[in-house]
Design a protein around this ligand. Structure first.
Ligand code: IPE
Ligand code: IPE
Ligand code: MG
Length: 244
């Protein structure tokens, strides 16, 4: 990062919607799958850059609950890419001290993917470097729905008083429990929507939309987004010191 932004606090948690793989490939006359493959390269670059910058949490959207509606061949390709990413990259990430956490619905996933996920989390559990949170088969509404169901069960069984349901209690039932809310959300490819990503967690997150497609995302793109974030004034519903 340049020194000019060195004075302002870095985002502790950056969340990214890695979008535009298909469009990037098509623009180059390639099949969509080529874009997904190149997207993995962009992910490797981004993890390294985030580690170097001292970002604590990086959460990436790799497969949404709604992505099942894509053609079967594309879904299989994305799942194979996830398998390959775990097999090829996890050892290296582990030796770099990266802790990997996977959020999203595990029910309905192929058992071998669930094993890879569990193995990855167990292997990297003790690491103290960057926390890489992978949202895989993740949907914010589904996550909140499950939390409500769990809480409802506890109330129905008499083990929880409905009056004790607070935002903090709801949070403790989300996949992201223990992870601070994202400070900065970056979405590539020019789309300006959340697409069911971290709905609860983004209540006060700063959004930065960049035009680059995800495969073209570089360390510089990340630095620019962070610089933009650092110019923002976060008020959380309150007043800034000088006007208070
Ligand atoms: C993001 O790129 C990757 C996933 C959603 C898995 P897309 O596949 O959404 O690419 P576009 O948005 O269609 O270009
Ligand atoms: C969001 O992108 C999901 C991921 C990046 C994994 P999509 O491409 O699926 O979102 P929409 O359909 O454009 O909203
Ligand atoms: Mg897309």
């Amino acid at each position: 990062m340049s020194d000019s932004v060195g004075q302002v606090a870095l985002p502790r948690h950056v969340a990214i919607i890695m979008d535009g793989n298909g469009r990037c490939a098509r623009a180059r006359g390639l099949p969509r799958t080529a874009g997904h493959r190149q997207g993995v390269e962009a992910l490797r670059r981004t993890v390294r850059a985030s580690s170097d910058m001292g970002i604590e949490y990086l959460t990436i959207f790799s497969f949404s609950a709604e992505n099942w509606s894509r053609p079967k061949t594309e879904v299989s390709f994305l799942f194979d890419l996830m398998r390959r990413f775990v097999r090829r990259d996890v050892a290296e990430l582990h030796s770099a001290g990266v802790r990997i956490l996977i959020i999203g619905e595990r029910q309905g996933l192929d058992p071998d993917i669930v094993s890879l996920i569990e193995h990855t989390e167990a292997l990297t559990r003790g690491n103290e470097g960057l926390k890489l949170v992978v949202a895989f088969n993740y949907g914010g509404r589904q996550e909140i729905g499950h939390a409500v169901r769990d809480i409802g069960r506890a109330v129905a069984s008499g083990s929880l008083d409905a009056e004790a349901i607070t935002p903090e209690l709801v949070e403790s039932h989300l996949h992201t429990y223990g992870i601070p809310d994202p400070d900065l959300l970056i979405r590539t490819s020019g789309e300006q929507r959340l697409s069911n990503y971290l709905l609860w967690q983004c209540a006060y997150t700063e959004f930065v939309f960049v035009d680059e497609h995800w495969p073209d995302f570089t360390r510089e793109t990340l630095e620019r987004a962070i610089s933009e974030y650092m110019t923002r004034e976060r008020r959380f519903g309150g007043l800034v010191a000088r006007s208070a």
